[in-house]
Write a protein that binds this ligand. Sequence first.
Ligand code: UDX
Length: 436
Amino acid sequence: MKIAMVGAGYVGLVSGACLADFGHEVVCIDKDPARISRLQNGIMPIYEPGLAELVSGNMRAGRLAFSTDLAESIKGAQAIFIAVGTPSRRGDGHADLSFVYAVAKEIGANLRDPAVIVTKSTVPVGTGDEVERILRDSGTKAQFAVVSNPEFLREGAAIGDFKRPDRIVIGAEDEFGRQIMKEVYRPLFLNKAPILFTSRRSAELIKYAANAFLATKITFINEMADLCEKVGGNVQDVARGIGLDNRIGPKFLHAGPGYGGSCFPKDTLALLKTAEDYDSPVRIVEAVVKVNDSRKRAMGRKVIEALGGPDATRGKRVALLGLTFKPNTDDMRDAPSLVIAQALIDAGVEVMAYDPEGMELAQPLMPGVTMCASPYAAADGADAIALVTEWDAFRALDLERIKAVVKAPVMVDLRNVYDPAEMRAAGFAYMSIGRA
Ligand code: UDX
């Protein structure tokens, strides 16, 4: 099947490359000529494990191409995906749909062959209706259907998530749309990934509800961690103890410095906005957003406590290990490290940092922070080390080497990577999350 993927960003690129790998003929379209020409030369705009190989392999096989020409690229395509960005609109948290609508307009103006227009971008409930209206108003004579097909890709694991999904959600209003989408996902279907057909509005809501629920789960365990610290419990035992209940499940119960990234912060805000628009409050999600925001600041205070409190910070130096919002990505969006670094700088602390992939994107966002060549270089002369992102490279640090270079062997482990007893035995003053 011929497929057009509009938007060669994170979602479009991963989805396009995976669909090509299933044997479809895919063109990824982007209006940024520099991005397209780099892609044509095998240079990825993002860091995602396995993506460069997947793209180049499918390009060589003639199944994947890149173009800036939407009108030409959608000719003969039976499925046209819209996978452009929906950033939070400045000020009000509303998803900014101007890119989605502009693409819908351009598709409408150029659509000649029967096609399903698929919104893959995360869009608020009702966006599919608006896309359909735009296409109708365009006066196209071609048969079309507008379908919602949300993505559930995790950065760093996106290819696996696409190829072996827990489920595929298709929100379609007619048989034409359902049939074409079945064809698109047939290779996965044979692999027994459940395909869930729903109405378009339900599919749009599923995406937000899933992300809000996961954000809630994380925030819940984070508050339990705070309580553990006060009452003398261990949050990892609590997580395991509740997670073994099948109704709760063990995943997304790792206490940490608060969630970040491109999805949870943006999608929870957009859901709040939708709830407000429809006068149907989602108070739990409201609380989650507030608690998560204040948690990042609290993490800054936790590191300051480890330095001896707010009165003891002047002239001190902290090493931040890990800057990205999670490992295996270079994404810095809403990363807790941003808030933590700022809190430290505000307190007069000198901040050194090391991240395996994120430093290039991080540097302009944290101009006061000195980027270092290794965790050991960052730790040189430090009064405390804060482990912020659980990269594999930080799981087996040479503690003797660290001890030899730091000013004081103090570690604040915001991801509970290390064992408290072992760290103490190694001579570190060690603080972690939810472990008294
Ligand atoms: C998420 C969803 O998982 C994915 O389905 C959706 O399509 C996009 O948003 P992503 O943002 O890539 O994916 O990362 P994810 O692995 O879900 O982590 C999100 C944040 O939650 C990270 O900051 C992570 O550190 C944090 N997290 C996650 C925790 O603090 N504890 C956990 O137990 C899990």
